[in-house]
Design a protein around this ligand. Structure first.
Ligand SMILES: [Zn+2]
Length: 219
């Protein structure tokens, strides 16, 4: 299945496979949608049965709607010998179009994987957006390159958080002091020479703090 899966993801990563990508995404949503237990009465007996939730039923309907694109009918192939060989001829739009034939071929691979119950292994990397076949059940990224990239991002983001907290602590301390002095002055109390100097210095320090933080954040 890995070989078929790798062929499928290679085709999915080609541009112009939007229909198939959409089908795959809808299928994944459907598989993730919950089921529920319902009481059913059959032949006079009552029991609990697993039934789809409304959300799951809606997605199933949507998958079936998309599948109509790959409708086909069997046709006798033109062969010179006496053997009867049937081929599947697509009925969908642009059946004679080479791009569509390629899409139908990709759908055939998707179908094999779905039938084998391994569709969950066909995943999309959240970092580079490429489709890949997961070798391990817990694989999230397409490879070590993207996993490392994510790890670096997390490190950078938490670093930014820490820097913001430091900035906020310093800013609050300065703002509190400015507030105290300004309040005193508003109450008609004359500030001492030292206090006036401190107020000016605090305002300068605050502006500088903002400037430094912004510079760091952008860099
Ligand atoms: Zn990736």
């Amino acid at each position: 299945m890995l070989i078929i899966g790798n062929r499928l993801v290679a085709l999915l990563n080609e541009s112009g496979q939007r229909h198939l990508v959409r089908l795959l995404e809808t299928l994944k949503l459907r598989n993730a949608a919950p089921t529920k237990f319902a009481r059913v009465v059959r032949s006079g007996r009552t029991w609990l049965e697993v039934v789809p939730t409304a959300e799951r039923a809606r997605l199933e309907k949507e998958v079936n709607r998309q599948l109509a694109r790959y409708a086909h009918r069997p046709q006798l192939a033109h062969l010179s010998d006496d053997e009867s060989v049937f081929v599947d001829v697509p009925l969908g739009p642009g059946a004679n179009d080479s791009a569509f034939r390629r899409e139908v071929q990709s759908f055939g691979l998707l179908r094999q994987i779905a039938d084998s119950g391994e569709l969950g292994r066909v995943r999309r990397c959240p970092i580079c957006g490429k489709w890949f076949m997961a070798r391990r059940p817990d694989a999230v990224y397409c490879g070590t390159r993207c996993a490392r990239k994510k790890a670096r991002q997390v490190l950078k983001d938490t670093g930014k958080d820490a820097a913001y907290k430091r900035f906020r602590r310093k800013r609050n301390r300065i703002q509190d002091r400015i507030g105290q002095l300004a309040e005193k002055r508003n109450d008609g109390v004359r500030l001492t020479k030292e206090e006036n100097a401190e107020l000016t210095a605090a305002k300068v320090a605050l502006a500088k703090l903002h400037q430094e933080y912004e510079k760091r954040r952008k860099g």
